[in-house]
Design a protein around this ligand. Structure first.
Ligand code: ZN
Ligand code: ZN
Length: 132
């Protein structure tokens, strides 16, 4: 890997870390582009996907939406607001053994699962209450 790539990679990782709240690749690109106009959208996308494939960062697949990226790479759950679309961490213990149970039930060799909670975030609950 060339040093230029290494520099771009750390700029993109820093930008991801500044967005605590699971940005899309476009969100990261907007932030990177504001300070480093020479870094292209394609570079940001490619770098985020490579970091996620390596396990350096997390990738959150959203039903009916763009992938979000996560500076926390360890396994955890997410909740998505059905009103504003924000995605937050759900720091509860992981459900143990469900991959094995799914394997026994189906005969598949299961390599993982996605568990996404949907709901209305506290801020949207407050604005619903104030407009009601
Ligand atoms: Zn919301
Ligand atoms: Zn997360």
């Amino acid at each position: 890997m060339t040093s230029r790539n290494t520099i771009q990679r750390s700029i993109i990782e820093d930008e991801l870390r500044r967005h605590a709240n699971h940005p899309t690749a476009d969100d990261v690109y907007e932030g990177v582009h504001a300070e480093h106009p020479s870094i292209s959208r394609a570079t940001v996308y490619r770098t985020l996907n490579r970091l996620a494939d390596e396990g350096t960062i997390g990738r959150v697949r959203i039903n009916n939406g763009a992938d979000r990226f996560d500076h926390r790479s360890f396994a955890h759950y997410h909740v998505r607001c059905t009103v504003c679309g924000r995605v937050d961490d759900v720091m509860i213990p992981l459900v143990e053994g469900i991959d094995e149970r799914a394997e026994r039930a189906t005969g598949y060799r299961v390599c993982g699962h996605t568990l996404q909670f949907d709901g209305v975030c506290p801020a949207c609950q407050r604005s619903e209450a104030s407009t009601a």
